[in-house]
Design a protein around this ligand. Sequence first.
Ligand SMILES: *Cc1c(COP(=O)(O)O)cnc(C)c1O
Length: 484
Amino acid sequence: MKGPGRSGLTLDEKLIFEHSDPGRRGYSLPPLDVPVASLPPELTREEVADFPELSEVDVVRHFTRLSAWNYGVDSGFYPLGSCTMKYNPKVNESAARLPGFSEIHPLCPENLAQGSLELMFRLQEALGEIAGFPAVTLQPAAGAHGELTGMLIIRAHHEAHGNPRRKVLIPDTAHGTNPATAALCGYDVVPVSSDGILTAAAVAERMDEDVAALMVTNPNTLGLFESEIRKICDIVHERGGLVYCDGANLNALLGIARPGDMGIDVMHFNLHKTFSTPHGGGGPGSGPVGVTGELARYLPRPVVVREKDVYRLDYDRPASIGRLRSFHGNFGILVRAWAYIRTLGGEGLRLASEMAVLNANYIRSRLEGTYHLPYEKRSLHEVVFSDRDLEGDCHTLDLAKRLIDFGYHPPTVYFPLVVKGAIMIEPTETESKETLDEFCEAMLTIADESRNDPDRLKNAPVRTRLRRLDETGAARNPRLKWER
Ligand SMILES: *Cc1c(COP(=O)(O)O)cnc(C)c1O
């Protein structure tokens, strides 16, 4: 990509990030015709900040160009396991942008905010019905924040019974945020080994009166259903413990099975995975938490309640763990979730889960035999392979980079940790058979290449603007500001 561009720059140089032309401005103001106001010196800078100097069109083109370099669900297949990167219907975006929802002030008095409060109340009820919990809070701003909320509730429950207890059991197939949350709430993490599925026997072995809770991800991070969950809950309950379910992966269960019915006491949802809202890049998200009737008194304050036909915020909750989020959570995401649930309805939600599971199993059946499947048990909404059968000293990272050349966002790699060289694929319900077939063809071609032309994988990606990046360096020493 050579050739002279603006200011004698080659196209390559133009494509870099830093731009500035001294003296160029993005505005023009009429001559000053009012007296100059002087600011107190403590409010002014000593030196003019060294910002890039650009016109409006330079800035618009810069960001538009960068946005087109990005890859998202709206540009192609995005099979990132454990993240549910599904296509989200645009009608939910329109709903979230309705002025009555998007422009309401968070301090608006309750009598003028009845529509928004009603939406929150109905969403609480809908989520409760979907997952089998009588009470739900919408405050948490993300899945991990929901975990914090849930574990603080569990701690409050034990404290009310005289002893917060010391330990939390976490199986090796749990999401990494689970042990982090338990530690943040002051608990010692006790790992429990599983062989893909957590057994009641393994839980019974570790369970005692000092265990506050078991935190279990279901379906777990291998995409497998924890089939002994009912018995496991009984074992934990018998010794006075509670069971926390990481419900971020509810995409496999909607309308089919309810964690509340399995004996779970507390669970968070990831609205930004299961119930619409485009995500990635760090937010915003929403992680509501559902609890049993017994734990409802500890929910964060305030709770939206209905009295006759009037909705209001109830602050009078003496046992509450307190407020977890300013104002009312990420409200725009609540609107999208409500629109999603109402447009699909009960049958549609169930169909979405069935299609998500079918799609994952379709990919599994096309790739098994070529890619090593570390666990034989039937997959739900995602399938985990390993790089064991790639040849030519090629590994998961090489496969991921080569997939970029084929136009795909790579799947989740090297997670879950219990699988060496894990390749975790979650197609979601919104992909067509054609897309899945093309993706499988690319995966099969790459396996062939590892046999016949391994350097192709090792050198990938070759079709991107930049080749293999120093990802660790980028995470450890990010360059986040403009540099001349
Ligand atoms: C994504 C995810 C989380 C964390 O959710 P965030 O919204 O990113 O904080 C927790 N558990 C599981 C299983 C997940 O997939």
